[in-house]
Design a protein around this ligand. Structure first.
Ligand code: AMP
Ligand code: MG
Length: 397
């Protein structure tokens, strides 16, 4: 039997980062920058008003007070977006709005609240400090500086900054494109009637969601029966430009193991010393890496967590590709099969630092996984743990 660590290494080696691409900023959210972003311009781009008010020379209004306002003729009206370049003459004011370009010669902005708000001759009722309410060109960003670094995730704020700098595209590490295929003649799509002996398909939707949650792109999510020809046909039809294929089912020791039967040769099928998730396989089909997961839904999702999520995220350059691992105190006695690494579903109480296993260890109890918030990782050489023992958990929250 292959160890978990060894199978992790083999799967990880199959998953390769794609070359960087330029994408429109609207499509860059959550991706990782492949290069530094150097500001092509300064922010603000020009001196502008931080308030709605009046641009003045501070010296002209030095004596202003509520009791003896200074009266200045309003020579210009400058809304935001006015593009002609203005000069303020001594002894005059320009009415100016927030964000509008400051006229040259102005040394302060008096907020409208400190005036009578007039448009012909304004009464200024407070003295102004030099430079008050002026946003200077370049005080946020100086042109030529690296404002975002390669390796940083594109957040909403990073997108806002890129847009403010006039950048319509960013160079990012693209998402991994993954084809999901579930196999089983017994499977029926949710929303359609069931005949006796049939079950609803759950792996494809679950893995597609897990992939998207991990930052990957799902190129297609396909369900096939257990005959080799239709499996091969579906594979050929959908592989397209996938970077990775993930299948579920058809890899254990029974008859009608369609994935095993169809892919013998290019794919290595192994037993991995873990519970759940013992039957595994991986390899390359028509130049595309493939990882074949077991069919039981809990096995499939736990296998995705253990073998695929981290290398996929690493290949997309994500800074924290692994689930956070914590040590928590077990609240109960547990047993685990010796010689296998067990991943039990658990409920972690992060405040108390305790963890309780949740549901039976078997691989078809999906209900418990759906309400668990962690996996308990019990090492191969441990067959029993007593309440109060420290145990490693993978935080899924
Ligand atoms: P297999 O690995 O194909 O032998 O499947 C193992 C168990 O998982 C069987 O009980 C299957 O019916 C079930 N199973 C396999 N694939 C799926 C799926 N996509 N959705 C739900 N159950 C499945
Ligand atoms: Mg099957």
């Amino acid at each position: 039997m292959r160890t978990v660590d060894e199978h992790q290494r083999v799967v990880t080696a199959l998953i390769k980062a794609r070359p960087p691409v330029r994408v429109g900023i609207a499509d860059a959210l959550g991706l990782v920058l492949a290069e530094d972003v150097v500001a092509p311009l300064s922010l603000p781009g020009f001196d502008n008003s931080a308030m709605d008010g009046y641009a003045v020379m501070a010296d002209d209004v030095a004596s202003a007070s509520p009791d003896s306002p200074v009266k200045l003729p309003v020579a210009e009206d400058i809304p935001a977006g006015r593009t002609d370049v203005l000069t303020l003459k001594a002894g005059t004011a320009h009415r100016i709005m927030t964000g509008a370009m400051l006229p040259s010669g102005a040394t302060a902005v008096v907020p409208v609240e400190a005036t009578n708000a007039a448009t012909d001759t304004v009464e200024i009722r407070a003295a102004a400090k030099q430079a008050q309410h002026i946003r200077r060109a370049g005080e946020d960003v100086t042109a030529g500086t690296a404002v975002l670094r390669a390796g940083q995730i594109v957040t909403p704020a990073a997108l806002g900054l890129a847009a403010a700098l006039g950048l319509a595209e960013l160079t990012v590490i693209p998402r991994q494109r993954v084809l999901v295929m579930s196999t089983g003649t017994e499977l029926v799509a949710p929303g359609t009637p069931l005949a006796p002996g049939q079950i609803y398909e759950s792996n494809a939707v679950m893995l597609a969601a897990a992939l998207r949650d991990a930052g990957a792109e799902v190129v297609a999510s396909v369900m096939t029966g257990d005959d080799v020809d239709s499996f091969r046909a579906a594979l050929a039809a959908h592989t397209g430009d996938a970077d990775l294929i993930i299948t579920t089912g058809g890899v254990s020791a029974g008859a009608y193991e369609v994935v095993k039967d169809a892919l013998a040769g290019g794919v290595e099928f192994v037993k991995v010393a873990m519970q759940p998730g013992m039957p595994q396989g991986c390899g390359v089909v028509d130049g595309v890496p493939i990882v074949t997961l077991p069919g039981n839904p809990v096995s499939a999702l736990v296998s995705f967590e253990v073998f695929l999520r981290t290398p996929l995220r690493a290949a997309m350059g994500l800074p924290d590709p692994e689930r956070p691992r914590r040590t928590a105190v077990l609240t109960e006695d547990l047993t685990s099969p010796r010689g296998k690494r067990q991943f039990r579903r658990g409920v972690l109480d992060a405040d108390a630092g305790t963890v309780t296993s949740y549901g039976p260890p078997a691989s078809h109890h999906l209900r418990w996984l759906a309400s668990a918030n962690c996996l308990l990782e019990i090492p191969e050489d441990v067959d029993a743990l007593s309440a109060g023992s420290p145990v490693q958990v993978w935080d899924l929250a």
